[in-house]
Design a protein. Structure first.
Length: 444
């Protein structure tokens, strides 16, 4: 056992491995539940929210209005990162993760109870906006903690890229569960689905939260945070400290995500309004295709996380950014054929270039920050991209298509985001294989 590992924990190697497996399981399951909540909203936005909450708007304008509320959740994510990053670096990863799970689950459950425009007019959209904001705060604090809960149990000579990719695996799991739930209840008549069927998947969120809490309550705090606590290296104001000491890492992390996050929400949220309204394909067809794409990600995310441990985090990430920039043109070329199997194949393939970045991304970002500021710094860098990429992406895609009447304008937007990711990633430091348990960048 390495000297640093001895300091990290008094557990035997076998006990350490058990805790590592539990931490990875708790992070992955909890993250999957939170992303189920978040993606459920994304899926339903493209399908019914424009009709239910903006019934008197032009279809294009109504879609823009629905996606504007959708974007509010992304605006809230950096706020959640700041709030929970502070407590994650002050009181620990475990307690903070329990709080984010509760907040996200209760907000999602409440969405099922929101009256539509027909009942209370514009106030339905207002309530929906508030709940979406609360969702964003919850998921904004979730990612950093779940990644650190897994990665900080890994020893310095273990595959952190692979280990940190498992909480990322929660994304396709959540996407799969959300689309499966909507697909199941969309089998009822269109009128019933619009009336109450879409609400049931939101109600089921409460059951999933119970499962997540049960798992997360049974894990230990990470050895890295325990070490920081024992050595009294806890910062009083971690958010302010990380902004002051590591602003470059925060900004580079945010811009590195541009080429990953913006295309993802075009491929998984915008495609519903585009597919139904422009391609004239059915809702169930699109749901099934996105389900299939998420299943592919079950394997591709951990695979590319593993590859990043072999060829380096930056190299794998930049290959993914380049592939995504090119694939945007291929994707719209395929879906615009109007041929069902080609559209299906394009959607299934769409997440592979994304996963080339998403697999190694957690380790790439988290390794950039010193231990005592890691929850705050990694969360803030990761979630700032939500404001400039994820949230606006379906809105921008809808506007570009309405303005230029060409999906290739959207492909150009995807390529521009990928280029920004390439530049930002090239400027980051690669810590693949290096010890992250010590304060190697900031003096104690």
């Amino acid at each position: 056992m390495a000297a640093t590992d001895t300091v990290l924990t008094n557990l035997s190697p076998a006990e350490h491995q058990v805790q590592l497996r539990r931490a990875v399981l708790a992070s992955t399951v909890g993250t999957a539940i939170e992303w189920y909540d978040f993606f459920l909203y994304s899926t339903v936005t493209g399908l019914v929210f424009a009709k239910l909450f903006f019934p008197h708007s032009d279809p294009w304008v109504g879609t823009l209005e629905a996606f504007a509320i959708y974007a509010v959740g992304f605006i809230a994510r950096p706020i959640g990162a700041a709030i929970f990053g502070h407590y994650g670096d002050r009181i620990g990863r475990k307690s903070t993760l329990i709080a984010t799970l509760l907040l996200m689950g209760l907000a999602t459950f409440a969405v099922a109870l929101v009256p539509t425009y027909a009942s209370i007019g514009i106030w339905g959209a207002v309530i929906l906006t508030v709940l979406r904001f609360i969702q964003g705060i919850g998921v904004g604090g979730e990612w950093g903690g779940s990644v650190l809960m897994s990665m900080e149990w890994a020893r310095s000579n273990q595959s952190r890229g692979l280990i940190a990719s498992w909480p990322q695996f929660g994304v396709p799991c959540g996407l799969f569960l959300a689309n499966l739930a909507v697909l199941a209840f969309s089998q009822m008549s269109g009128e019933q689905f619009l009336s109450w069927g879409w609400r049931v998947p939101f109600l089921l969120s409460l059951l999933l939260v119970g499962v997540g809490l049960y798992i997360r309550l049974g894990i230990l705090e990470t050895p890295v945070f325990t070490k920081l606590l024992a050595e009294r290296k806890i910062e009083r104001t971690p958010i302010l400290e990380v902004i002051k000491r590591q602003p470059k890492e925060i900004l580079l992390s945010a811009f590195a995500r541009m080429g990953e996050q913006a295309p993802f929400y075009i491929f998984t949220a915008f495609i519903f309004s585009y597919g139904i309204g422009t391609l004239q394909v059915s809702r169930d067809f699109l749901l099934t295709a996105v389900l299939a794409a998420s299943v592919v990600s079950f394997a591709s995310i951990p695979f590319f996380g593993y590859v990043s441990d072999r060829i380096g985090r930056k190299a794998m990430y930049m290959i993914g950014a380049l592939a995504t920039g090119v694939f945007g043109f291929i994707y719209f070329g395929m879906v615009n054929t109007g041929i069902a199997w080609v559209i299906f194949f394009a959607i299934v393939l769409s997440l592979i270039p994304h996963d080339m970045m998403y697999g190694p991304q957690a380790a790439l970002i988290a390794e950039s920050f010193t231990g005592r500021l890691r929850y705050s710094g990694a969360s803030l860098g990761y979630q700032l991209a939500s404001v400039i990429a994820g949230g606006p992406a379906p809105l921008i895609a809808t506007w570009l298509f309405g303005r230029y009447h060409s999906s290739y304008a959207i492909a150009i937007y995807i390529a521009a985001c990928a280029l920004l990711s390439l530049i930002a990633t090239a400027m980051m430091t690669d810590y693949t294989g290096k010890d992250i348990s010590s304060e190697y960048k900031i003096a104690a």
